[in-house]
Write a protein that binds this ligand. Structure first.
Ligand SMILES: NC(=O)c1ccc[n+]([C@@H]2O[C@H](COP(=O)([O-])OP(=O)(O)OC[C@H]3O[C@@H](n4cnc5c(N)ncnc54)[C@H](OP(=O)(O)O)[C@@H]3O)[C@@H](O)[C@H]2O)c1
Ligand SMILES: *[C@@H]1O[C@H](CO)[C@@H](O)[C@H](O)[C@H]1NC(C)=O
Length: 283
């Protein structure tokens, strides 16, 4: 199956989700002023033909910013919710998550903590790691730019890792499979951000024997496959967010023209939590 072949390309509108405010309406379901979610891509204005491509925010925002509908209570939040379920983790098990201070990872780690797991996060700065251990109560957080996965896990998971939620792929994934998974370990592949820009598919030594000998389970995750359960999941998570049992951050870029900068920033680790662009210069 080709990946992203139809989504991204020269002269195509870049894909992406937005929280939009209705400014003109001929559909009673979406009056002027209403907030709606749509996969409208990178454009300042969006015209919906029949409203079928628009979704109302399925929970009460109360005092929350509408931006949460794109982050902690949006697609990334849902990804961590269904991701944790796919890991089939039990209390007391050891969990590793990378991209841990990002939108998906920071929530996945907190949901795993609420479930009673021992959570080890990897992120790309000391500031991010400090946030993970001090505010989000991760058991360990390591700056992967300063310490190798091997050294970190020798210290934090000497008996091996039961569940691994992978946002990064590449060398990190390979190190985990070959050296750190416990017997009957489970891996959910959510992303592979370290390889998205590779011109060639990276080559790694075979990992079949380690997967076989440790009897590992590896699952891919596509959040859109769970769309029938989105509203239920969000209404389960929203109270946890409002009570502060789940914490979150957003990195805000002001102005629609910051879209490319915000996007490139993802690959440089500029964001803590969800990267949000506020198109404040448009009505
Ligand atoms: N499967 C699905 O349905 C689904 C849904 C949503 C997202 N995703 C995937 O899940 C992952 C996380 O998404 P997100 O929205 O939560 O993004 P994010 O984590 O908020 O932002 C990306 C982060 O990745 C880290 N990163 C960038 N390049 C890296 C590299 N070479 N090695 C290690 N870390 C690197 C950076 O943090 P550091 O400072 O830590 O490097 C950056 O802040 C992405 O791979 C995304 O594609 C999958
Ligand atoms: C994109 O648009 C430019 C300008 O109209 C054109 O020259 C170019 O061939 C287009 N590229 C593709 C792949 O359609």
């Amino acid at each position: 199956m080709r990946i992203h072949g139809d989504l991204v390309g020269e002269n195509k509108t870049m894909f992406g989700e937005a929280c939009l405010k209705v400014i003109k309406a001929r559909n009673d379901k979406f009056p002027v002023g209403a907030l709606v979610l749509a996969l409208s891509g990178w454009q300042t204005h969006y015209l919906s033909k029949d409203g079928k491509d628009l979704r109302p925010i399925p929970f009460d925002l109360d005092t929350l910013s509408p931006s949460v509908s794109l982050g902690v209570l949006g697609m990334p939040g849902l990804t961590s919710y269904f991701g944790l379920r796919l890991l089939e983790a039990k209390a007391g098990e050891v969990c590793v998550v990378n991209g841990a201070a990002g939108a998906v990872g920071s929530l996945l780690g907190q949901l795993a903590k609420l479930k009673g797991l021992i959570v080890i996060g990897f992120a790309g700065s000391d500031e991010k790691c400090h946030w993970l251990t001090k505010d989000l109560k991760f058991d360990y957080a390591f700056n992967y730019k300063k310490i190798s996965v091997d050294d970190a896990l020798k210290q934090a998971a000497p008996k091996g890792v039961d569940v691994f939620f992978d946002n990064v792929g590449g060398q990190f994934f390979h190190d985990m499979i070959t050296k750190h998974m416990a017997r009957f370990g489970r891996i959910v592949i959510c992303g592979a951000i370290s390889t998205y820009n590779d011109a060639e598919i990276p080559k790694f030594p075979q990992t079949h024997l380690q997967i076989l000998a440790n009897e590992l389970t590896i699952r891919g995750l596509m959040v859109m496959s769970y769309d029938k359960e989105f509203d239920t999941a969000l209404n389960e998570m929203a109270p946890l967010i409002k009570k502060g049992d789940l914490k979150f951050k957003e990195t805000l870029y002001e102005g629609f023209e910051k879209m490319p900068e915000a996007f490139v920033g993802l690959f440089k680790g500029e964001n803590i939590g969800k990267a949000i662009v506020k198109a404040s210069n448009y009505p």
